[in-house]
Design a protein around this ligand. Structure first.
Ligand code: IMP
Length: 175
């Protein structure tokens, strides 16, 4: 069956993504050297970023996936769904939250607050993309893959109403 043409244009190629993920993993491994780490991946957006990243992290790294969402179509709803259901033993652990993109900041801010209530010893954050927009919450990621402008992006886990997640590169929707 012929495939429909993809919208927009390539913003970050598969090769650039992979190279940057390896650099991030090296920097993260250096930071946590000798300290046990739990990585919390925010689903579904960080699916590919998480799996590529953790493959380069120490073998005793624990992995948890939290299924939360705030987006509908191309807009943040301003509410975070799924956080109340999150449980687990994070007491005294170093936790690294991994997400696909930092936009309004609401997601990372609420997740970090939840982990503090669960008594994590240290909470740090790593995002693949950082959007250049005014934040709703004052938060900056500790590790960032690529700063980008204000375009809506798809691919490598990022979706538009559940479509385009499987693309191996990051694309802008328009352009
Ligand atoms: P925040 O809570 O506004 O920072 O948004 C974070 C979440 O919004 C991300 O984890 C994504 O799921 C979603 N999001 C924000 N911008 C985009 C985008 O350009 N494409 C796809 N999803 C996005």
């Amino acid at each position: 069956m012929p495939r429909a043409p993809l919208p927009g244009k390539v913003l970050i190629s598969q090769e650039r993504l992979q190279r940057r993920v390896r650099q991030l993993a090296r920097s993260i491994s250096r930071h946590y050297r000798g300290r046990p780490l739990t990585v919390v991946g925010l689903m579904n957006g960080s699916l590919f970023f998480l799996t590529d990243l953790v493959r380069h992290l120490p073998h005793d790294t624990r992995i948890e996936c939290w299924r939360i969402s705030s987006y509908q179509g191309k807009k943040s709803t301003g509410r975070l769904q799924g956080l109340d259901a999150v449980q687990g033993d994070y007491r005294g652990r170093c936790v690294l939250v991994v997400d696909d993109i930092l936009d309004t900041g609401l997601t990372l801010w609420m997740v970090r607050r939840r982990l503090r209530t669960l008594r994590a010893a240290e909470v740090k954050t790593c995002v693949l993309l950082d959007k250049d927009v005014p934040r709703r919450k004052p938060i900056q990621a500790d590790w960032t893959g690529f700063p980008i402008g204000n375009a809506f992006v798809i691919g490598y886990g990022l979706d538009l109403d559940h479509a385009y997640r499987t693309l191996p590169m990051i694309r802008t929707l328009e352009g």
